[in-house]
Design a protein around this ligand. Structure first.
Ligand code: GDP
Ligand code: IMO
Ligand code: MG
Length: 424
């Protein structure tokens, strides 16, 4: 498709194709100018999507990053783990910045993250031999209870027996997990939240279907990244939802073949936070420079992200699984000043070169990367808005990513703020 992404139409999905924190928040903010619906489809408050625009700078955990387009409807889907405490904080912060929530709808069927989920996340992590390094947001236990069919759902907030449901579940959780939760404290908290969110509850699938049929522009917002996917990622060092296109179906019954754009997003390099293998991990000195220049500090947890060179083996795999129509490459400005830039183009496993991606964390930890080396550039590129005006070596680098993955790069960001972007 020849259209530039700033003129996108139809149904578009933003899919992280790495280990998260690729700049999805900023891409959604940039693309949401064109959207009628922005639909968040997976994850919970483990998500930290940074948006920097005329309203200010925000870390979005639950609220879709498109909320700043006040004409669009923002949906929180059926498979999003809803943390109401975090949502309240976001609502407060954004109200102060003059952002209205009138256009928000939370699906009634979404699972609720309860205080016991957060406690269990922490307790489990403490006793794990090999720590995952979760964000501590109770996301794993929320989805665990959901699939066990014991969790509370958003619709319970407006049921007549909310008190009974909370008391019952809190007592069971206390018994099973040796917690000391006061059912009444939880009930009082959640009955307050219920009053605030009641106007925002609804049936998002119908709204989405109706708007799609009318030919409106729909932007799906994925959280995390494909290699943190519960099924496809480096288990057990993964999250508990589906950041790939499957996640869209799980939240909205919207078949991926109806997507006009599937935008795979990743940085010009890569990062990982928490445990788990990353074959293309940078040497310490380079990592230090990238962490400083790219401010590679977690949006949700404040932890340092570990940088690696871009890994095209993984990108190719994510493409095969998600049928990407374009790539968004962020933070190209951060690579300015690197004399040499590496691109991972293969793996070596037991002495043999392979493109095979082992999903088991132990196995991905065993591969060693095969690199292609590129000359860097020294110019500051933050002001560039036209691909042709990028330094020659930056163009060579981007073209190499395109050539290897066979996916057109249509979005390159060169700064964190809305509009600091090259639409190719
Ligand atoms: P997300 O979780 O995928 O939305 O990504 P995060 O917001 O967690 O992390 C991306 C970080 O990079 C944020 O601090 C952004 O403000 C910042 N960022 C995004 N795009 C760019 C860019 O093009 N250049 C620079 N320098 N920073 C960027
Ligand atoms: P966004 O949407 C980066 C990582 C955690 C941990 C693992 C499991 O901002 O890209 P969890 O709390 O989900 O049980 O943690 O997944 N993780 C993320 N890493 N970005 C995220 O979200 C992440 N969400 C979870 O660090 O390794
Ligand atoms: Mg993030």
């Amino acid at each position: 498709m020849k259209t530039k992404l700033n003129n996108w139409k139809g149904a578009a999905a933003v899919i992280g194709i790495d280990w998260g924190d690729s700049g999805k928040g900023r891409l959604i903010d940039d693309l949401s100018q064109n959207a009628d619906i922005i639909a968040r489809f997976n994850g919970g408050s483990n998500t930290g999507h940074t948006v920097a625009n005329k309203f200010g700078k925000f870390a979005m955990h639950i609220t879709p990053s498109g909320i700043f387009n006040q004409k669009a409807t923002c949906l929180i889907g059926r498979n999003v783990a809803v943390n109401l405490e975090v949502l309240m904080q976001e609502m407060d912060a954004m109200k102060k910045a003059g952002v209205s929530f009138k256009n928000l709808m939370i699906d009634e069927q979404a699972p609720l993250t309860m205080p016991w989920h957060i406690m269990r996340d922490g307790l489990r992590e403490k006793i794990r031999k090999s720590k995952i390094g979760t964000t501590g947001n109770g996301v794993g236990p929320t989805y665990a209870d959901y699939t066990e069919r014991v969790g509370l759902k958003v619709i319970d907030l407006i049921s007549n027996d909310l008190k009974e449901k909370i008391y019952n579940e809190a007592q069971i959780q206390n018994k099973f997990f040796n917690l000391k939760i006061s059912p009444n404290d939880v009930y009082l908290k959640f009955s307050k939240y219920a009053k605030v969110v009641k106007p925002f509850l609804g049936k998002t699938i119908q709204i989405l279907k109706h708007n799609h049929q009318k030919g409106k522009n729909i932007l799906f917002e994925g959280a995390q990244g494909y290699f943190l996917d519960i099924d496809a990622g480096t288990y057990p060092f993964v999250t508990s939802s589906n950041p790939g296109v499957v996640g869209i179906w799980r939240s909205y019954d919207f078949h991926p073949q109806n997507l006009d754009h599937v935008i795979g997003i990743t940085k010009a390099y890569t990062t990982r936070v928490g445990s788990g293998p990353m074959p293309t991990k940078m040497d310490e000195a380079t990592a230090k420079q990238i962490i400083e220049k790219g401010h590679e500090v977690g949006t949700t947890t404040g932890r340092i992200r570990s940088p690696g060179w871009q890994d095209l083996v993984l990108l190719k795999y994510a493409n095969e699984a998600n049928h990407l129509t374009s790539l968004a490459i962020t933070k190209l400005d951060v690579l300015s000043g690197q004399k040499k830039i590496k691109l991972g183009v293969g793996y070596k496993l037991n002495g043999k070169v392979t493109e095979y991606v082992p999903h088991n964390a132990d196995h991905l930890g065993e591969v060693s990367p095969v690199y292609e080396d590129f000359d860097g550039w020294s110019e500051n590129i933050s002001h560039v808005r036209d691909f042709k005006k990028l330094p020659k070596n930056a163009k060579i680098y981007i073209n190499a990513i395109e050539k290897f993955t066979k996916i057109p790069v249509k979005f390159i960001s060169v700064g964190p703020k809305r509009g600091e972007v090259i639409y190719v």
